[in-house]
Write a protein of this length. Structure first.
Length: 318
């Protein structure tokens, strides 16, 4: 659901003119979802916030990406048969701009409102769907991986994504099947070969059925697109995918997977840079933190610890 027009209406109804509001006042008004927005999220499984972050804020983040992608570290997963980065993991632990983004109220507060409790960072990634080289992400549910690999008890976690590039129909935008989150956890197979990153994927026949039930050619698949700085919030069970990027335009996006603290994972099967083990509640920074270089601690500022590579099949206590 596109909430921009609704937010303008909401501000007007309070006697405010959104066209002359200061930046901080307008952005803070986004942070409390209206009942209509909550109902739309429940129905469709996602909300879309066009241009929620300013060009100046996006510039701060984009300036940090090349140096992160240049690193030869385990947390940089490259495309199959290519040196292009598919996903950079855990940048909030060693990059100050992304540490600030990971505690930004525009990304965190709406999810806190939906779940009704504090959150921790389950996963942080910068997906680089690079021009000509960005590979597909097959149809999947994120919670399918979180339950199968991480033993996350319930789908009380969701993704919040911010576009660092303009997203259009050509550079591999996200595709959602609206309402598919209401089907719960779907049967999935572990695809270890299609791309460089293993994924629990949904078979084509079930996708056909889900798309038809969601509206077929009319609305069975939707694809939020817009300028850099736009943000998407989507349910952990929402079925989604993206095609390869054969265009000359990058489509880099940041994804925060935020989980209710009470719902923390119960197994460390995956390395810590992929599925985090610190369940400390996120404390938000001021709204202007990206522009003021607000001080942040970088736990991996001196390098990723060896323990982040250790894994276990043992179940941990609740």
């Amino acid at each position: 659901m596109n909430i921009q027009s609704e937010t303008l209406s909401k501000l007007n109804s309070r006697g405010k003119n959104p066209r002359i509001l200061g930046f901080d006042e307008l952005r803070r008004d986004f942070m409390e979802l209206t009942q209509q927005q909550i109902e739309a999220f429940d129905k469709d499984g996602y909300l879309f916030f066009p241009e929620l972050f300013t060009p100046e804020e996006v510039k701060k983040l984009n300036e940090a990406v090349p140096q992160l992608y240049d690193r030869r570290e385990a947390y940089n997963v490259r495309e199959k048969g290519s040196q292009a980065v598919r996903t950079n993991f855990a940048a909030h632990l060693y990059s100050a701009p992304f540490a600030r983004l990971g505690r930004h109220p525009r990304m965190v507060k709406p999810v806190e409102q939906v779940f009704g409790e504090k959150l921790y960072m389950h996963q942080f990634k910068i997906n680089g769907k690079m021009a000509f080289e960005g590979d597909v992400w097959q149809w999947h549910q994120d919670y399918g991986t979180w339950i199968n690999d991480d033993m996350m008890p319930e789908p009380r976690a969701m993704n919040v994504a911010i576009f660092l590039d303009d997203v259009n129909q050509y550079n591999g935008p996200l595709m959602f099947i609206p309402g598919s989150h209401k089907r719960g956890v779907l049967k999935a197979g572990h695809d270890l070969t299609t791309t460089s990153y293993p994924l629990w994927t949904i078979d084509n026949q079930l996708i056909r059925q889900l798309v038809e039930r969601a509206g077929g050619r009319e609305r069975g698949i939707v694809s939020p697109q817009g300028p850099a700085g736009s943000m998407i919030l989507f349910h952990g069970c929402l079925v989604h995918s993206s095609t390869s990027n054969l265009s000359p335009w990058n489509r880099v996006s940041v994804y925060l997977s935020l989980c209710a603290v009470s719902n923390h994972i119960r197994r460390f099967k995956r390395p810590e840079y992929i599925a985090h083990r610190d369940f400390t509640p996120i404390e938000c920074l001021p709204d202007d933190c990206l522009l003021t270089d607000h001080p942040v601690d970088l736990l991996w500022g001196n390098g990723m610890p060896n323990s982040a590579l250790e894994t276990s099949l043992e179940k941990i206590p609740a």
